[in-house]
Design a protein around this ligand. Structure first.
Ligand code: SF4
Ligand code: MG
Length: 328
């Protein structure tokens, strides 16, 4: 199967009074049709900026793509004009954010907002767009959708609003849905329902999903592949079961050990990775993780490890794998 999205060496940044501030450093990743890729990492690791750059929304956030390519079905979005991007956003790819309220307009009914997207991108008549809006609300599990469609966002709970946002994002049948921490603002039971909904929609609609999360548990539940970001770069990437069962990068191992219920249950205390994430503009020499790494070697201080793939395409940026194993 071919890649729906392929990001190559994406370096992004922001102009500030202090000059150019880098936000992502040569990020490369790919999503196949119908697959879900989760980008995980602590806040400030560059996950959100990566997604904003893919959608070219970074331009509106005061940032820009310095170098690299964002190939969507082979077409480089990084080189497109915003007028072209406006046609692509909302129809071929759409995005949902953490806070559903910020994505909804308080003065229009939720049905009208979904219908508006369909009138713009699909040139539907008012009636056809309204009917499709009601159908989308039903698809995302909103009860009595004919009645709910006439309601305003403030008449709905946070979980219902996020369902409306998902309905709106999927109304034009996009090939790629980007979701940035879509459940973080919701309470725990609602979080699980929204994740189940995304998994169901992915199966039924065959939509590819790029999900950004700081929560390894969320990633475990929904991902086909996982990319782990640290200080602006991907440090590990692979199929979900391989990353969880045979993590290769010490940072990933630390993240996994800090999930409640895995090590925490037995050890009592939850594991925490010592130190904090460095600014990507003041990176340590060599391996960017070396000041926090329990396995740091002399070489790690001098040389930056590239992402190295094993025979199954599981990539990690760590020199440990290069150390000859005993008996090998
Ligand atoms: Fe640790 Fe060295 Fe691997 Fe970096 S390259 S993660 S410092 S062992
Ligand atoms: Mg973020």
């Amino acid at each position: 199967t071919q890649n729906l999205l392929e990001v190559r060496n994406l370096t992004t940044g922001f102009h500030t009074e202090r000059g150019f501030v880098k936000a992502t450093d040569r990020v490369s990743l790919a999503i196949q049709e119908g697959q879900t890729l989760c980008i995980v990492g602590e806040s400030g690791s560059g996950k959100s900026v990566t997604s904003l750059a893919i959608m070219r929304l970074i331009d509106y956030a005061g940032g820009f793509i310095e170098s690299g390519e964002v190939l969507f079905k082979g077409d480089n979005l990084a080189a497109k004009k915003q007028t072209d991007m406006m046609r692509i956003r909302g129809s071929k790819m759409s995005m949902i954010f953490q806070d559903p309220m910020s994505a909804l307009n308080p003065v229009f009914s939720v049905g009208d907002q979904i219908a508006e997207t369909l009138r713009i991108h699909k040139h539907m008549s008012d009636k056809a767009a309204w009917n499709k809006a009601v159908e989308m609300l039903r698809l995302v599990g909103i009860p009595s959708p004919e009645i709910r469609a006439r309601q305003y966002p403030h008449e709905m709970s946070g979980g219902m609003c996020q369902r409306v946002v998902i309905a709106m994002a999927l109304a034009c049948d996009p090939e790629l849905l980007i979701a940035d921490e879509p459940t973080t603002a919701l309470d725990v039971t609602v979080q699980a329902q929204i994740l189940d909904l995304l998994a169901k929609l992915k199966r039924e609609l065959n939509t590819s999903i790029l999900l950004i999360t700081h929560d390894m548990g969320v990633a475990a539940e929904i991902a086909d592949r996982i990319a782990v970001m640290y200080a602006g770069a991907i440090v590990e990437e692979g199929a979900v079961d391989e990353v969880f069962e045979q993590p290769r990068h010490p940072y990933t191992i630390g993240l996994l050990r800090s999930i409640p219920g895995i090590e925490g249950e037995r050890g009592g205390e939850l594991y925490t990775i010592k130190g904090s994430i460095p600014s990507i503009n003041e990176l340590p020499s060599g391996c960017r993780f070396h000041p926090r790494c329990p396995h740091v070697m002399e070489r790690c201080l001098r040389e930056e490890p590239p992402l190295m793939a094993d025979e199954r395409g599981h990539r990690a940026a760590c020199w440990l794998d290069e150390v000859p194993k005993e008996g090998a």
